[in-house]
Design a protein around this ligand. Sequence first.
Ligand SMILES: C[S@@+](CC[C@H](N)C(=O)[O-])C[C@H]1O[C@@H](n2cnc3c(N)ncnc32)[C@H](O)[C@@H]1O
Length: 254
Amino acid sequence: MNSFIPWIGGKKSLRNAICERFPGEKPDKYVEVFGGAAWVLFNKENYAKTEIYNDINDNLVNLFKCVKYHPNALREEMQFVLNSRSTFKNFRELYKADGMTDIQRASMYLYIIKASYGANTKYFGSKKLNFYDFEYLDKVKQRLSKVIIENKSFDIIIKQYDRFDTLFYCDPPYYKTEKYYDTGNIIFDEQEHKKLKDILSNIKGKFVLSYNDNEFIRKLYSEFNIDEVERQNNLVSKHKNKNKTYKELIIRNY
Ligand SMILES: C[S@@+](CC[C@H](N)C(=O)[O-])C[C@H]1O[C@@H](n2cnc3c(N)ncnc32)[C@H](O)[C@@H]1O
């Protein structure tokens, strides 16, 4: 199934190439360390006995929790939302304000993601939206029903769930595109990329990691198994350079 939201760096077009590289045998635990819209998680019914979704963005995590535990309340909150530039502007100011309930925050954030240009959450996208396809939220709720939802930084999550039979799928902010994500006080800079590599180099479990293709990342992970894959840039292909493709890397420790 598809994710219920678009997301910058979402793996919609790369999900099959990633899944194909997962180990043949099901792990005991499957952890999406940098969850985002979880395109890979939603791509299959089940990856392991215990599945974990994690992201540092607390508004995104709140949205996932509300879809999992309160889809009807979310539906009610959203049913009269008008799609307009002023709604977008108001919600952008309100969703972080004090005094909002988790469900109000989640509904505003869902609107902002869907209504913004390329899911950037900042600029109104002037597009026609179908917000009332609420039945899909029930499918999403069902898929998330056994998934543990966490809101921690990658280093804590990896250490917490590392076992010999854990599979980590890591999709960090791409090198030099880190600024697109709302990560609170933690800036995902070069040190964070190196920290991720150091942690992954010492885990007991297996990892699959996706990155944009560049020399820094190739060098950092040179001791691992690196596959080069190609994808179309969704944003660019809608407008000009229809055939423009981008190279990405899928890196594994097995
Ligand atoms: C490339 S996106 C993941 C996209 C996702 N795989 C999908 O298909 O939608 C990277 C995600 O990492 C999250 N992130 C950034 N810094 C993080 C950190 N220190 N720990 C955990 N997640 C982080 C961002 O909030 C963002 O959602």
